[in-house]
Ligand binder design. Structure first.
Ligand code: F6R
Length: 579
């Protein structure tokens, strides 16, 4: 996935684009570029690398002009390099655009353009769009040429385009299955892949819908549908401030976001779940679809529903269509913090075709999932920038608990999170024991199992240490052969009804020489552990919240001790918009 920013108004465009690109970098950061129009020409500067480095090297800030677009890339077609970096230009450099998404029929379009004499500078699908618009703009006004091109594209796109000869100084934007939001200022307009990129300048936004096109000028904007008719879209205001989208004094977003959980959780708890709760209560069968961390929250949801006698199952979204034949009586619930995960979107579209109702639990206002779902529950946890999901996971759990138990049960989470944060130094000492390890295991039982999975995923994604998680009873069915002297086993052992059996699994591992690290408030378990983090005595249903904070901190500190940037783990991006 990539990030797009556009600006038109009285400010120097370069300044706004650089600021926006810094905020968007979590969406991809292998190359970056800007295009700024001035007196009939458009200056494009771009290269491989991150914004801070490339903008200094190429002196982005020195480019004059009040209208421009910028892009930060995460490669899908063609390796990260200067040629493949956006913005891309038509052959005559008169049409310049930035694109996010994948154009499925680009080979066919490219071949057609080649027969008309076009040559290409990059391997990207995106460059083809600029050439195609340029083909049309010779015989029609920019808006018509833009529209005609969009109607010829198959696949997904968020696009921002500018035209060198456009005396009206306009930015043409479009979205289909790739986010694009307009930002509204006084005598200026913005567009970007998400809200935080524009927060420094405005708090008023218009999330575009799939199939929308918008034309922005310093005086305002107009929205059209793909057939060219004008339409209106709802304006929203958000009360996030820039600080909320920045590091706020923490060395990394991830640590800030772990800390933020205590501040945001009450806003999550205030979220409206009335319709979702009713739909769930009335449903005979509930399929939960999600990926990664969100799947772990989904698993917790399914366990809690199953414990209450409901027919509920959690599925990995990318596999859902291969396993399940939903029908009109199936209620589908998806958890997706970004609302843009391609695997999730294909699964829910598949379900909707069978007539299922869909509840979406998401953090991102105006994201694609919000246009598909029958009911949306927002996490209200502010933007999450770190690639590793932290506060969105606890927010997902809180929404699930509110639906299942009601809000009283979770009313003291903020205090609990604050209490768990006090353990950070102890966690850091344990992290020091783990940083040189090659393999690591997490075990738990019952509702601790999704937390074990989540702790393991968090650790591996940002520390690059191989780790696996199991229900404790599974160790003896194969994995025990991997336990030898010094192999860490992290045991989630709160005093609930799983403890007696889990204790047996701990002993099995210990006998084989495992380094036992437990999260516990049980004396016997502490005595058998090489290290432990003390859990407070809690309502047993709430232990998952306490334990996951510790595991997030553990992953974070192992990552930092290994000299890794936890906000930008290798090979991963914040939202995964390819299947
Ligand atoms: C891990 C992580 C990912 C996401 C997954 C789904 O820290 O963030 O595993 O949970 O890519 O993303 P969403 O929730 O945006 O659908």
């Amino acid at each position: 996935m990539c990030g797009i920013i556009g600006y038109v108004g009285n400010r120097r465009a370069a300044e706004v684009l650089i600021e926006g690109l810094k905020r968007l970098e979590y969406r991809g950061y292998d190359s970056v570029g800007v295009a700024i129009a001035n007196a009939g020409t458009i200056e494009v500067r771009k290269d491989k690398g991150m914004i801070e480095f490339v903008s200094a090297q190429l002196d982005f800030i020195s480019i004059d002009g009040h209208i421009g677009i910028g892009h930060t890339r995460w490669a899908t077609h063609g390796a990260p390099c200067k040629e493949n970096a956006h913005p891309h230009a038509s052959l005559d450099n008169k049409v310049i655009l930035a694109h996010n998404g994948v154009i499925e029929n680009f080979t066919q379009l490219k071949n057609d353009l080649k027969t008309k004499g076009h040559t290409f500078r990059s391997e990207t699908d995106s460059e083809v769009i600029a050439h195609q618009i340029a083909e049309h703009v010779n015989s029609m006004p920019p808006l018509k040429a833009f529209l005609k091109t969009l109607n010829e594209l198959e696949g997904s796109y968020g696009i921002a385009a500018i035209f060198a000869d456009d005396k009206d100084e306009q930015i043409f934007v479009a979205r289909r299955n790739s986010p694009l939001v307009l930002g509204i200022g006084k005598g200026e307009m913005f567009c970007a892949s998400d809200i935080p990129a524009m927060l420094k300048y405005t708090k008023t936004f218009v999330p575009l819908e799939d199939g929308d096109i918008a034309v922005l000028s310093a005086n305002g904007y107009k929205v059209y549908t793909l057939d060219g008719s004008e339409t209106k879209r709802k304006q929203i205001t958000v009360d996030w401030n820039v600080e909320m989208a920045q590091k706020g004094g923490y060395p990394y977003f991830m640590l800030k976001e772990i800390n933020d959980q205590r501040h945001f959780i009450n806003e999550t708890i205030a979220s409206d779940v009335v319709v979702a709760k009713k739909l769930i209560e009335e449903s005979e069968r509930i399929d939960i679809v999600a990926c990664g961390t969100s799947y772990h929250a989904g698993l917790m949801f399914s366990y809690l529903l199953q414990q209450r006698g409901k027919s509920a199952q959690a599925f990995i979204a990318s596999d859902y269509p291969f396993i399940v034949k939903p029908n009109q009586k199936t209620l589908v619930v998806t958890l997706t913090q970004s609302g843009e995960t391609a695997d999730v979107l294909q699964a829910v579209r598949y379900a909707k075709k069978s007539g299922c109702k869909l509840i979406a639990i998401t953090n991102v206002v105006g994201s694609t999932i919000t246009n598909i779902a029958d009911n949306v529950v927002y996490l209200n946890t502010g933007p999450e920038v770190g690639v590793a999901a932290t506060k969105t996971f606890t927010a997902q759990l809180a929404i699930i608990y509110k639906i299942i138990f009601g809000k009283e049960k979770i009313s003291s989470l903020s205090d609990l999170f604050a209490q768990m944060m006090e353990k950070e130094n102890e966690v850091k000492q344990i992290a020091a024991q783990l940083k040189e390890k090659q393999n690591l295991f997490f075990i738990g039982r019952g509702i601790s199992v999704p937390i074990a999975y989540e702790g393991s995923l968090k650790l591996k994604e940002i520390s690059y240490i191989h780790s696996e998680a199991y229900p404790g009873g599974e160790l003896k069915h194969g994995t025990l052969s991997l336990i030898e002297n010094g192999v860490p086993v992290i045991v989630l052992a709160p005093t609930d009804d799983t403890l007696p059996k889990l204790f047996g699994n701990l002993k099995e591992a210990k006998t084989r020489g495992a380094l036992i690290i437990s999260l516990t408030n049980d004396e016997k378990t502490k005595a058998e552990s090489n290290f432990y983090i003390e859990l407070p005595i809690l309502d047993p249903d709430l232990y998952p919240f306490a334990m996951v904070i510790i595991l997030q901190l553990l992953a974070y500190h192992v990552s930092v001790l290994k000299g890794i940037n936890p906000d930008r783990p290798r090979n991963l991006a914040k939202s995964v918009t390819v299947e």
